[in-house]
Design a binder for this molecule. Sequence first.
Ligand code: FMN
Length: 150
Amino acid sequence: MRSTPGTQAELATRATSDELVAELRAADVVVIGAPMYNFSIATGLRSWFDHVLRAGETFRYTEAGPQGLLEGKYVIVVESRGGLYSEGPAQAVDFQEPYLRHLLGFIGLRDVTFVRAERIGFGPEARAEAIAAATAALRDAAAPALARAA
Ligand SMILES: Cc1cc2nc3c(=O)[nH]c(=O)nc-3n(C[C@H](O)[C@H](O)[C@H](O)COP(=O)(O)O)c2cc1C
């Protein structure tokens, strides 16, 4: 909802958006959990982006093109997927990671580490392996965030 809110429902939606934008602005580190749903992101996460991508608040249009207004944040995105998309034939249908990278970059969040738990749907062994690998990768990804907090 990008125009001036008028109805109760619109005012409530704007209040939610204001709250989410304020929360994001205040964060030094942003951690996003992103399961792959139908080759892209889940509806709830998409809705969060709908609330925080706001012209004049988190990005603006300039003569040189759109400019992100959030700076100096570190983002960790944990992606879980039933299948394998980081290599092999399904790479072409990964509309999750490039989409997330673009959405985040659009509001100025370019320092992003993606942690992937893949082949979650390939049976208990593959699932356990995926979670162990992602946990180790998450530890590495968290190191810069922990260093900032120290
Ligand atoms: C509605 C729905 C759509 C999904 N679509 C995909 C998909 O397109 N590709 C994929 O690899 N996994 C897909 N999955 C599997 C999820 O990515 C996987 O369940 C998710 O990473 C979370 O893991 P969990 O179910 O073990 O919590 C889908 C799951 C659901 C519920």
